[in-house]
Design a protein around this ligand. Sequence first.
Ligand SMILES: [Zn+2]
Length: 240
Amino acid sequence: MKVVLNPGHSPSEPGLSGPNGVTERAVVEAVGRYLSNALGRRMINTEIMQQPPGDAAAALDLLAARIADEPFDVDILMSLHCAQADDPAAYGIRCLHLPGSQESRLLAECLLRHFPRTPWCGVVEADNPLLRAAHCAAVVVEMDHLSNPEVASLMTVESWQRKVAENLVEGVFAYIGPQDIRILVNGAEIYADPAPQAVYNDVMVPIKVLGTALGAQVRWDPRRRVVSIDTRQAASEEMP
Ligand SMILES: [Zn+2]
């Protein structure tokens, strides 16, 4: 499972600008960082792909060429942007995908699942060079309306940025489904009950399962709250 994240625009081409002066680039850069960290904590391999500097159209074409060159191990492409509307009261997230791409449409719907519904939010069909270049489910996420003065000031707040990132992570998991973690000992799969779980940067595996698979005796003393692992007894048993 691999996700490619493109925080839209670049320092030389910062995109939209809010009534408070905040740029689209500043918002997508911050959310992109939180999103990549949050996906990493859930064991999702994530690559941040930046738009090259310079003129917007040429830079987008260069970025699209890089995306088209990606090996076919990428499952999801998300390009992060902000939305704008003539109505200054407009708020809510929008998710854009290529017309006719069922996988991308499904991803877009999953990503919206954890955000409040508003009259301005939704899944929208759109053409875009990055979406055309991708070999996988690909969406442009316009995470909210920078044209709304209230929303624009929220977008600079760290807790808002983190919340958007967390909601998007939940959307990614809604799309990919539960990810089983498998344990292989010398290439042979062993089964654990309860199943292994990703917790922050670690994978938690029941010690009894792992110890036994490695030839150790594992005992749990609930009164002393001690787990003891003994490899000596197992070794002496092997002696003639
Ligand atoms: Zn943009």
